[in-house]
Unconditional design. Sequence first.
Lengths: 402, 289
Amino acid sequence: MSKSSDWDIERALDAMQASGLSRRTLLKRTGAGALSLGLVGFLAACGDDDGGGTSEAQVIPKAEISETLTFANWPLYIDIDEETNQRPTLQKFQREYGTRVKYVEEINDNVEFFGKVRQQYEQGNSGGRDLHVVTDWLAARMDRLGYVQRFDKEEMPNAVRNIEDAVASPDFDPEREISMPWQSGQVLLIYRSDRTGGELTSINDLFDPKFKGRVTMLTEMRDTVGSVLLGEGIDPEDATKDQALAAIEKVEKASRDGQIRRFTGNEYTRDIARGDSVAILGWSGDAVQLIADNENIAYSQPEEGFMIFTDSMQIPVGAPNAFTAQKMIDFVYQPEIQAAITEYVNYVPPVKGAREILQDRSPEVAENELIFPDLAQAHNFKTFSEDEEAEIEAAFQRAIGA
Amino acid sequence: MSFLQRRRGLLPYLLLAPGLAWLLLFFLVPLYYMARQSLEEGTIFTGFEFAWNFQSYTDAIANYDEQILRSFLYGGMATLIAFAIGFPLAYAIAFRGGRWKNALLLLVIVPFFVTYLIRTLSWQTILEDNGWVVNALQFVGILADDGRLLATTAAVVAGITYNFLPFMILPVYASLERIDGRMLEAGYDLYGTRRAVFTRVTLPLAAPGVVAGSLLTFIPAVGDFINAELLGTPRQTMIGNVIQSRYLELTDYPTAAALSFILMALVLVVVLIWARIVGTESLMGVEAR
């Protein structure tokens, strides 16, 4: 049997070589095939619409407490017991509600996360997520595109009662219906005290020619532009588009002249630790860590005021356990729970009463200005209209080199 | 079997079908969607509508000509430097390697066991302002006392060259290896000087490897964005960075898609010109006459 099939194969191969199929005819025929398929597809899909969600968010209906909950967050943003590798807050939640929380640290960058989930959220599919935590400008965008659900505030009494005034009413969500702060952070001056020859107090110190080529700023537009506006004496919450564009021009000029070395995410921690940069804009959570590790690094809250950013919890469309997610949000707004989280992550908590609890337990945390700043000095960035925002963002991207 | 005997012409297509299907599904179809996207107009808020919007292409070329030129410049420089470093090395391994050949080749490949991103990050540490490299150069006087290597054009080009060097060395080595020693002997027998034999026998015979190596180095180098991001300043941004920023940060998908096509078209043009100069026979590896 095998012998005759061997011959068959031989003959088939000979036939193939004799068939006159050359590279040229193959390319021609495949090209023609692909082109005709493509043409059909082109015509069929012509005039297709893609994107553009509505912003009619649905209020979450009442339901039963679920057995599981999926919580997407940034890394190192919740308390963790280093010995057992468990997260005490989530364990406490399970004890109270019986829900097992699946905690996924999948968010590393706002635009990256948006790029990842956009298609799913567009279809109304949350990818299994019940909660995600994103920075306020992305929270605003998620709402505009109709990717998140509205809270039923009756189910969140703790949140309503305990939210800090400073973050209770942002311009993109004045009633806090589609976002609830998780933690806030400050944008500060961080510098090498051994290289600057003294303390830095003003944002404009970053433009001091003494530090040419040793200054870095942040790739987060609102943090950098907001800080520069404060340095100019303008409140970023009331700034006009032209003022923002002028601030961006100032930054662009400094970058062109070589004053600003580069624009970073949290890689700035490496640069300043190595001494490649000497005076930078950075975030308060990192500052706590940098100062603890290196006695030559110091921080300063600029005298003009500082930018505050807030990362908020939202419930995406299509979340399978939306009702329980609300309970989780409410749960972390209890001062004792929040105190435990803040003690570990060292960012600014949005909950009244957390500081008092920490006074006894961890006074160095309670007294730390990085964690409990004077919020009167804190400024948010105005939420511009879509067109203005697009223009400002494009100008900023050009300024930082892309 | 008799089905195939009756339709002999079909056999080649059947054998090629898996490869063609893969190419169609994972290359042509995405390419088509990207082409469609480049002609769309709108934002993520208003939705994207297909509108034969060739404006994206003209705007993209007008706005980013600097980055496009810079990418080709850096890519070209990286290829030339890689050739300058790689060819002598490949020659040495092929003709003088002896029993160390395999070990040397391994040394060429070993850096690739570490992922691209980490290799580039490690250059940040090597070139840091207070590191031994910068200190040595300052001591010798090549670098000014307050000069730096990181966050400069030199660092970006060096990074790109380093990352693509094995792509130049290996193909060149492969074609040098294949040169029949008797050809060289014949050259010497015909009263050829060492220089003449090199330029008129070795080099043309190595041409296929050189062409392959330079293409493998140049094409990815032009589209690179990691080196510019990690080792450079905003004044070194390349077209890859622009595409990334347009796509991720600004969600301006039509411009990003248009830029990708422009990049592809320009690279194709350069490759065709290069192929013309070198002669297409050498691409096919036909022995030089």
